[in-house]
Design a binder for this molecule. Structure first.
Ligand code: ADE
Length: 418
């Protein structure tokens, strides 16, 4: 077995935490039980590049139960839970290449180590496996059957590749399943982002002004939860439809430049670069806190912040105080990496249950259907998406109505009017 983790002695704590998360993942549990019997992934090699968390560990166990051989690397240098990585290796025999806090060179060393398994499937969160394969490891492309992608940012990268004719194999966008984005992106990000801010700073949300940049599903979640905790919430957007939605949801919508002097806390979740830049830092009030919860650390312009900074020091874990040329002190969290995974534990297992049910069914679907698929980005079939929702509801003890035959007939007819 080969691996690179921080310390195998951390495994006992990781083992308990993996077990705890598993208690909240009943959909994945059912899939694991079926995979154990049917072995749909038998003999297949999967390279996975995901945040190494307790929830991801449970997904690895599902894939292993399905017969796959897996190598896991981290999808972000700051999101790895070292105790989980240790337990996956020591207790579960999974080859993990992930250490929290690695530099860029070691991050890609781990990505390449995962690819050394010569995968049939890539399972990505942010498309780092896909892009490394297509740029630096092209010889491995011939083994690949297909891939899955977890997140909005990764799907944007993949669609750009497919549009350019550069994508060499089919990929399932897990992110586009309704049981993923409506829950993970909204409720998961909504809660875990504020959790990260609070763990890092002990900041009181009530009575503060929170500026949320981006009103996609993740931004909607953060805005909703910040409002629920008593904040005055400002939303910044570039899309007129989303901006209108935010305004009608009761938020103040304005350009970032106008929001700059008003915010106590800024959170970026746009998927794009330079959302907070030089002039914005200069116009922030003394004591303003800012962080990112989008996939890459590009949303807050670190170079421009550095240029404006005359002094900086770490004042708490994940909190760096910047004294700006104008004399104000502002606070930058987690180096602009995903705050929810850097300073907290990521989304709770209850939502990751559905995301990772999509991942495991996605892997199964790709193996069964790859020969019929083109080099494109696909959604998981709606039937599977609905199945995941139905199982989740059942696990929550929630019953719903069924269409009567007459109602079905009505929906299928176009002749019936008033
Ligand atoms: N992305 C966001 N939260 C996560 C979690 N808990 N595990 C894996 N990936 C995540």
């Amino acid at each position: 077995m080969t691996y690179d983790v921080k310390d195998l002695a951390l495994a006992p704590q990781g083992k308990l935490r993996i077990e705890w998360a598993g208690r909240f993942m009943p959909v994945l549990d059912l899939i694991t039980a079926r995979f154990k019997k049917e072995k749909p992934l038998k003999g297949k090699r999967i390279a996975a590049c995901l945040h190494v968390t307790t929830e991801t560990a449970n997904l690895m166990l599902t894939l292993k139960a399905g017969g796959a051989k897996i190598r896991l690397c981290a999808s972000n240098p700051l999101s790895t839970q070292d105790d989980v990585a240790a337990s996956l290796v020591r207790d579960h025999g999974i080859e993990v290449f992930a250490i929290r806090g690695v530099n860029n060179k070691d991050y890609y060393k781990h990505v390449n180590a995962a690819l050394d398994i010569k995968p049939h499937i890539t399972m990505d969160d942010g498309a780092d496996l896909v892009s490394t394969l297509h740029s630096k490891r092209r010889k491995l492309l011939s083994n690949i059957v297909g891939g899955t992608e977890e997140t909005t940012t990764g799907v944007i990268r993949l669609r750009a590749m497919a549009n350019d004719g550069a994508l060499e194999y089919p990929v399932i966008s897990v992110n586009d399943s309704q049981t993923k984005y409506l829950f993970d992106n909204r409720y998961g990000t909504g809660q875990s982002t504020l959790d990260g801010v609070i763990r890092a700073t002990n900041f009181l949300i009530a009575g503060s002004t929170v500026v949320v940049a981006g009103y996609g599903w993740c931004g909607k979640g953060v805005a909703m939860r910040a409002k629920g905790m008593g904040a005055k919430v400002i939303v910044t957007e570039i899309d007129p439809i989303k901006a209108l939605e935010a305004e009608m949801d009761g938020f103040s919508v304005m350009p970032m430049f106008k929001a700059a002097p008003l915010g106590d806390l800024f959170v970026t979740l746009t998927g794009d670069i330079d959302v907070i830049w030089g002039k914005i830092f200069e116009n922030m009030k003394d004591g303003a806190i800012f962080c990112n919860s989008g996939h890459f650390d590009v949303e807050i312009n670190k170079d421009e912040l550095a240029k404006l900074t005359i002094k900086k020091r770490e004042v708490r874990t994940e909190v760096v105080e910047h004294t700006l040329k104008n004399g104000r002190k502002v606070f930058f969290l987690a180096e602009g990496r995903l705050i929810n995974l850097s300073a907290a534990e990521g989304h709770p297992a209850v939502v990751m249950d559905m995301s990772f049910a999509n991942q495991s069914l996605g892997a199964e679907y790709i193996f069964a259907n790859a020969s019929k698929m083109e080099r494109k980005v696909y959604n998981l079939p709606e039937k599977l998406d609905r199945q995941i929702a139905a199982i989740k509801l059942k696990s929550m003890g929630v019953k719903i109505d069924k269409l009567t035959p007459r109602q079905k007939e009505y929906l299928a007819s176009w002749q019936e009017g008033t």
